[in-house]
Design a binder for this molecule. Structure first.
Ligand code: AGP
Length: 609
């Protein structure tokens, strides 16, 4: 939800802090700030409302003295409106200790009251400021000890970076419930909310775990449990490179990531299909345990939830195992019925979504086995799970999820076939046939992307409509939901995804010549039903964009515009429909001049409830 960078080394800190922050701006951009300990021993803070360009402008006007120790922060507001006072870093009463924070301190009000009664003066409405004053309260010259005592009183989720005036060689980091990693350099060390933010500085990473804090010096890193027990740090070398997180000539990260999808699925095929066999590796359950699964509960949020909806159709159709699916924020509070034969599949691109993490913890308390489908190695969700199916889509920077979504669909599809094979609900012939169809997806994607110019024209022609309805049936009902989310979250146009069979139960009242309806209408056993819906829409002057199977000329009689996708197995049609849906949303948002990669009010990872 927010982004944190810290630096302790020998080089000027500010360019490193700002450069890293820019790579984290997708996590939140309501306000930003930087704080350093100058070589004269002064804490110097610059912070402002709005994006990081505003902070850079402020620093130009009010330069920061040279320093090689500092912290910085880009904010998605949780407590206190986005303004200068509420932006981070926050400091104690004497401006000697400064803190940057990602997360929520749930007991901050009681702590704030107690500190105010002791004479502490607060200037902001944030929960974070409490941390600075609490450290001050315990500070007797040893910053590490003061932070350790302070965080023992905090409840909630936090990733922290802290420096203090009288501790010129020390950067403190701590985390529980929010991501924070340590970058290990030569004579310098870093902290960041995620790996891509410091990849241009180092590829050597220590993944700080929940309940751990670190004393970070220029030339060493010491990690401890909150209890004080020293931990042997495990330095890992990340594989992906800086290019992976740059735009590589595309106008937006989102467009780059849309175009990466053929390769993403190709890599999934290479990794998981050996000959004519699916090899999902050891994802926490062996064949007998998979055979014992009698029920699957899928939990996820947003786009990941839509992927889970598709997964439900595929698993039930192929493996005949009952699948329930919940948005994580509902699952965790509905006291779900779970037993030892229940497998929870938690889907999350970031692996840091607070509600999904909480849902998984709730399920584990009830004895479920948890397999996560996740895109970020070493994320909190992965550590909470009994097994993980990585999507290996590479860093996804655009706030609107694209390649991670189709990677989730691909992995869930393979899981469905694997379960069907273990439960012997499909024949060897069907198994081979469906895998053969799956292998064709990357080429089908290339064909879909080759059509981008005409999709852009169709999108622009429809970008004036003030409301969109997305309709699909059966396994493409989730595609309709996802298409609506993609459009609304980057263009801010109201859009609803609906099961087409539901249209006459209300949404048809929306239809007139001022609305656009996207109908996902591939060849399938519900095709004729979709045509009926389209006729009902046309009868009311609705404008239809149809996504249909190559070669279907009849559809032109029922739609204003048609976007074609190659023919494929019915259960794979959501994978293909995803690309036109993503491109429709993308080109409409661009046409409307929206901030495609960093839409207003959103953040890439919702690490607070
Ligand atoms: C998707 O485009 C949205 N940005 C959002 O709905 C996202 O899918 C959701 O927040 C879940 O994120 P996760 O996959 O990282 O858990």
């Amino acid at each position: 939800m927010c982004g944190i960078i810290g630096y302790n080394g020998f080089r000027p800190a500010v360019p490193i802090l700002i450069g890293g922050l820019k790579k984290l701006e997708y996590r939140g951009y309501d306000s930003s700030g930087v704080g350093v300990l100058s070589s004269q021993g002064e804490i110097v803070v610059r912070k402002t409302k709005g994006k990081i360009v505003n902070l850079e402008e402020l620093i130009k006007q009010k330069p920061i003295p040279v320093s090689s120790l500092g912290i910085s922060h880009t904010r998605w507001a949780t407590h206190g409106e986005p303004n200068h006072v509420n932006s981070h870093p926050h400091s104690d009463c004497t401006q000697s200790i400064i803190v940057v924070h990602n997360g929520i301190i749930e007991n901050y009000e009681s702590l704030k009251t107690a500190l105010q009664e002791k004479g502490h003066k607060f200037v902001s409405q944030t929960d974070t400021e409490v941390i600075a004053h609490l450290v001050e309260e315990y500070y007797k010259g040893d910053l590490f000890v003061a932070v350790k005592k302070a965080i023992a009183e905090l409840r909630g989720a936090f990733a922290l970076g802290i420096i203090a005036k009288d501790n010129p060689d020390l950067l403190i980091a701590a985390r529980v419930g929010s991501p924070l990693i340590i970058g290990v350099g030569k004579g310098e060390n870093f902290i960041a909310s995620d790996v891509p933010a410091i990849l241009d500085q180092t590829k050597k990473i220590v993944y700080l775990q929940d309940g751990e804090m670190a004393a970070i010096y220029k030339d060493k890193v010491e990690v401890f449990k909150f209890s004080g027990e020293r931990i042997q740090t495990k330095v890992q070398t990340v594989k992906f490179n800086v290019d992976a997180v740059q735009k590589q000539g595309f106008a937006h990260f989102m467009l780059k990531e849309i175009h990466e999808q053929p390769n993403v699925v190709t890599q999934i095929i290479k990794r998981h299909i050996k000959g004519n066999k699916i090899d999902l590796g050891d994802f926490g359950l062996n064949a007998p345990e998979l055979k014992a699964i009698k029920k699957i509960d899928i939990v996820a949020c947003g786009t990941a939830y839509h992927a889970g909806m598709v997964g439900k159709y595929a698993i039930e159709k192929l493996a005949r195992i009952p699948v329930s699916i919940d948005v994580s924020s509902e699952f965790r509070y509905r006291d779900p019925i779970i037993n030892k034969n229940t497998m929870i599949v938690a889907i999350s691109q970031s692996g840091e979504t607070a509600d999904t993490l909480a849902a998984v913890k709730e399920a584990k308390k009830k004895g479920a086995v948890v397999v996560s489908v996740c895109n970020v190695l070493g994320s909190s969700l992965v550590r909470e799970s009994d097994g993980v199916l990585y999507t290996h889509a590479g860093p996804e920077i655009g706030v609107a999820s694209t390649k991670a979504y189709t990677a989730q669909l691909a992995v869930l599809f393979l899981l469905a076939i694997k379960l069907a094979h273990v439960h012997q609900t499909i024949s060897d012939k069907e198994y081979k046939n469906i895998l053969a169809e799956f292998r064709k997806i990357p080429d089908a994607y290339v064909k879909c992307l080759a059509d981008q110019k005409s999709i852009a024209r169709i999108a622009k022609r429809n970008s004036h409509f003030g409301c969109f309805l997305f309709l699909g049936r059966n396994i493409n009902y989730p595609s309709a939901m996802e298409g609506a989310l993609k459009l609304k979250e980057i263009s801010y146009i109201p859009a609803e995804g609906y099961a087409a069979g539901e249209m006459k139960h209300g949404p048809i009242a929306l239809i007139d010549e001022y609305r656009a309806v996207v109908c996902i209408t591939p060849e399938s056993d519900v095709y004729e039903k979709m045509i009926s819906n389209m006729q009902e829409i046309r009868a009311r002057k609705g404008n239809i964009i149809a996504i249909a199977t190559d070669g279907n000329l009849d559809i032109k009689n029922h739609a204003t515009d048609v976007i074609y996708v190659p023919s494929t197995h019915n259960l794979l049609t959501p994978l293909l429909a995803a690309i036109p849906l993503q491109l429709i949303a993308y080109h409409i948002a661009v046409q409307l001049g929206c901030d495609v990669d960093q839409p207003r009010n959103l953040a890439k990872s919702v690490t607070v409830e």
